[in-house]
Design a binder for this molecule. Structure first.
Ligand SMILES: Nc1ncnc2c1ncn2[C@@H]1O[C@H](COP(=O)(O)OP(=O)(O)O)[C@@H](O)[C@H]1O
Ligand SMILES: Cc1ncc(COP(=O)(O)O)c(N)n1
Length: 265
């Protein structure tokens, strides 16, 4: 049985964070584990409160997993502050964790900051270099590169800049592009565009969480990086296209989709 660990925050409505990561792991048939970094009071309409877990307890949770069931891949999501980032980076390094996929969560889709403003630098300096893949959206990539990213050309330039900083690979996600949902994978050698149509669906809460978790599943299962990313994108597109309609805001995704493997995008 392949095992995948998510280190992330929570969403009691199950649309983002740990809850959606575990649903994704289940869909890919891997054994899912979870370390909670911050408890969030949030739903489809917004974020109403956040209580970080102490960095010490985050570290102990990570110890409990690695000392007992060594994960084949690790997905890292919301980390909230510099102290938690530091602890997570230190532990992942000490355990020689493999196949680390980082979704550098900075802001919720409803506009709440999910990362302290002084922590983005620590994330880049301490965690980026440990990762197999970092998956910023356009805003997160812009924060790393310090310039706006609005089109495919900007995305290519940002991908080069980010790979220059990390040494690993980057997936610049195009979910916030105006007319399509094309993502760009750059592994330092080759640029791979993953084209996808923009699906007319306002319910996209947790798309980034789902995508990064699905990629981690592929890596855990021994697939190549490009193979994992292509399969994850196909799965995510099917999840969005299901058009589940729950809640009063930007709703969550459906995770159990029949025959998604046979779809194209
Ligand atoms: N309306 C949509 N139609 C199709 N794919 C989408 C849509 N919105 C987002 N995506 C895809 O969901 C994934 C997450 O994208 P994005 O919204 O950019 O990240 P985040 O959730 O981190 O803000 C990407 O693969 C993106 O292309
Ligand atoms: C715990 C947690 N992790 C990540 C997100 C970002 O997801 P989204 O961009 O869909 O709001 C979130 N809202 N909550």
């Amino acid at each position: 049985m392949k095992t995948v660990l998510s280190i992330a925050g929570t969403d009691p409505t199950g649309g983002a964070g740990i809850q959606t990561d575990l649903k994704t792991f289940e869909a890919f048939g891997v054994y899912g584990m979870a370390v909670i970094t911050v408890v969030c009071a949030q739903n489809t309409t917004g974020v109403f409160g956040m209580q970080p877990v102490s960095a010490e307890l985050v570290g102990k949770q990570i110890d409990c997993v690695f000392d007992d069931i060594f994960p084949d891949a690790v997905k890292v999501g919301m980390l909230y502050d510099a102290e938690i980032i530091h602890t997570v980076a230190e532990r992942l390094k000490a355990y020689h964790a493999k196949n680390i996929v980082l979704d550098p969560v900075m802001m919720s889709s409803s506009g709440t900051a999910l990362l302290h403003h002084d922590a983005a630098k620590v994330l880049q300096e301490e965690l980026f270099p440990l990762c197999t893949l970092v998956t910023p959206n356009l805003h997160e990539a812009a924060a790393v590169c310090s310039h706006n990213i609005t089109n495919r050309e900007d995305m290519e330039q940002a991908a080069c800049e980010i790979v220059g900083k990390t040494g690993g690979a980057v997936l610049v996600k195009g979910g916030h592009l105006a007319d399509c949902a094309d993502d760009l994978l750059f592994d330092g050698t080759e640029m791979h565009w993953l084209p996808a149509p923009r699906i007319d669906n306002p319910n996209t809460h947790g798309t980034g969480c789902t995508l990064s978790s699905a990629i981690a599943c592929g890596l855990a299962q021994g697939m190549s990086l490009i193979g994992s990313v292509k399969r994850a994108k196909r799965y995510l597109t099917a999840c969005i296209d299901f058009k589940l309609a729950l809640g009063h805001g930007s709703g969550p995704l459906q995770h159990r989709i029949a025959n998604w493997e046979n779809r194209h995008a």
